[in-house]
Design a protein around this ligand. Structure first.
Ligand code: FMN
Length: 401
C-alpha cells in the first residue's frame, strides 16, 4: 500500500503552490489527502485539490466524508507524515499552543506521525519574535521546519518568508519518511534520569539530572521506528508516547532492569546519571535531628556500563558523560575503559549545557577516534543528531554482518 501524506494547506497567498507539491508527491507514488483551513478555502477552491488528488478535501472538523468514521482520528492515524505547505503565522501559532480549533490543527494534535512545516509569510511576520518563539517551541517537540527563502513577496516586500521551492519540500518529505524507517523494529534500550539512593525513608542522595536528554533520545529512537524500552530513574516527565517505560529508584534497581532487558536489545544507550555510591545502610526510620556530627558511609554501586560491556556481543553501546574538567580527556578514557562504540560528552559547567536546562552541547567521540562537536541545541535536536549517527552506525554494522 502506498504511504499516505496528509497535506495541510493554510490561508497564505502561496496556497496555490500546494497544488504543485501535491502533484509531485503523487508522482513519487504517495497517496495525498488534503486538509485546508477555512482561510485557505477563500484563496483556492477545495475542488482543485479534489480533482488533483482524487480524494475529498476536508476543512471543518465536523466534515465527515466517510459515514461512520471520525475523520480527524482516521486521517491522523492513517497518515505516515503530515506536511503543512504553506503554513501561515496563524497556524504555526495555533500548533505551538496545541489548539485544535479546526480540522488541520485537530489532526496535528491527534497524530503521532512526523510533522513538517513549510512556512510562507511576509518577512515582518516571519521574523516577529512571537512567530520565532512558536517555531522554537515546535522544533523542541520534534516538528521539522522547511525554512522559507529570501525574495520579493506578493505584497512587494523583500526579505525572508517565501515558501521553499517544491523540490526542496518534496526532498524533505522523502528524507523524513526514510528517516522514520531507519531503525524499524530494532530494539533499543535506554536509561534516563537520576537515581535516588535512600538514606532513610525521607532522605536520599540524588543528582540534578532531569531525564530530559534521555527522554528526548527515547522519542527520537521511537520516531525512527525503533521498539524502545526506557528505564527511568525518578523524573517529573510524562512517559514518551509509544515507549515502554520502566520506572526505578536506585542504581541497583536500574542495574537489574538493564541486565534483564539487555539480552534482547540491539542498541543500548546509557543517558542516566547513575549514582556511583549509595549509603551503606538505608535507615528504616527517619533519623532525628541531633547536635553531633553524623558520618554517612558510602559504598560503590554496581557499574551498569561496565557490566554491559562484558556482555556486549555485537550490540551497539552508547554512553553519555557529564564532565566538569578535562572534558575530552576524561571522555576518551571512559570510551575505551567501557568498550563503547560512541560516547556523547557535555561540560555541565557550561551555561545551557547541563542538567535541568532544555539545551545541551554534545561532543561525540567514536571508537575509531573520530570526534564531532555539535553546536548548542535543544535537547530534542541533540537527540535527533545523536540518533542519526546511531542509526547510520547500526545500518553499517548490519550490512557488514
Ligand atoms: C490575500 C491574502 C494573503 C495572505 N497571505 C498570508 C501569508 O502568506 N502568510 C500568512 O501567514 N498569512 C497570510 N494571510 C493572512 C492569513 O490568511 C490570516 O492570518 C488567517 O487568519 C490565517 O488562517 P489559517 O492559518 O487558519 O489559514 C493572507 C491573507 C490574505 C487575505
Amino acid at each position: 500500500m502506498s504511504r499516505q501524506i496528509l497535506l495541510g494547506v493554510t490561508g497564505s497567498i502561496a496556497a496555490y503552490r500546494a497544488c504543485d507539491v501535491a502533484r509531485e508527491l503523487m508522482h513519487r507514488g504517495y497517496t495525498v489527502r488534503v486538509v485546508m483551513t477555512h482561510s485557505a478555502t477563500r484563496l483556492i477552491a477545495p475542488a482543485t485539490f479534489e480533482a488533483l488528488t482524487g480524494h475529498p478535501v476536508v476543512a471543518d472538523v465536523f466534515d465527515e466524508p466517510e459515514r461512520g468514521q471520525i475523520a480527524h482520528i482516521r486521517l491522523a492515524q492513517d497518515s505516515d507524515l503530515v506536511l503543512i505547505a504553506p503554513a501561515t503565522a496563524h497556524t504555526i501559532a495555533r500548533l505551538a499552543l496545541g489548539l485544535a480549533d479546526d480540522m488541520l490543527t485537530t489532526i496535528c494534535l491527534a497524530t503521532r506521525a512526523p510533522i513538517l512545516i513549510a512556512p510562507a509569510m511576509n518577512p515582518a511576520m516571519w521574523t516577529h519574535p512571537a512567530t520565532q518563539s512558536h517555531v522554537r517551541t515546535l522544533q523542541e517537540r520534534g516538528v521539522q521546519f522547511i525554512d522559507p527563502t529570501y525574495g520579493i513577496m506578493a505584497c512587494g516586500d523583500e526579505g525572508w518568508g517565501k515558501i521553499a521551492d517544491t523540490p526542496t519540500i518534496v526532498e524533505a518529505v522523502i528524507a523524513r519518511l526514510s528517516q522514520s524507517e531507519s531503525l524499524k523494529g530494532v530494539r533499543v534500550l535506554i536509561t534516563a534520569g537520576p537515581t535516588y539512593e535512600p538514606i532513610d525513608p525521607v532522605r536520599f542522595i540524588g543528582n540534578r539530572s532531569s531525564g530530559k536528554m534521555g527522554y528526548a533520545v527515547a522519542e527520537a529512537a521511537r520516531q525512527r521506528g525503533a521498539e524502545v524500552t526506557l528505564i527511568s530513574g525518578p523524573t517529573a516527565l510524562p512517559d514518551p508516547f509509544g515507549v515502554q517505560v520502566i520506572r526505578v529508584q536506585t542504581a541497583q534497581q536500574m542495574y537489574e532492569a538493564v541486565l534483564e532487558h539487555f539480552e534482547s536489545c540491539a542498541i543500548f544507550i546509557a543517558t542516566a546519571a547513575v549514582a556511583d555510591y549509595r549509603p551503606e545502610v538505608a535507615l528504616p526510620r527517619k533519623r532525628k535531628r541531633g547536635s553531633r556530627a553524623w558520618t554517612l558511609r558510602l559504598v560503590p554501586n554496581p557499574d551498569i556500563l561496565g557490566a554491559v560491556a562484558q556482555r556486549k556481543g555485537n550490540r551497539l553501546v552508547v554512553g553519555f558523560a557529564a564532565e566538569t574538567d578535562k572534558v575530552l580527556e576524561h571522555a576518551r578514557e571512559k570510551l575505551q575503559r567501557k568498550n563503547l562504540d560512541l560516547l556523547a560528552v557535555n561540560d555541565v559547567l557550561e551555561p545551557g549545557s547541563g542538567f535541568e536546562v532544555d539545551t545541551n552541547r554534545l561532543t561525540l567521540l567514536y571508537a575509531d577516534g573520530r570526534v564531532e562537536a555539535l553546536p548548542q541545541m535543544s535537547k530534542r535536536a541533540c537527540a535527533d543528531a545523536l540518533m542519526e549517527q546511531v542509526a547510520a552506525m547500526y545500518q553499517a554494522a548490519s550490512k557488514a554482518v
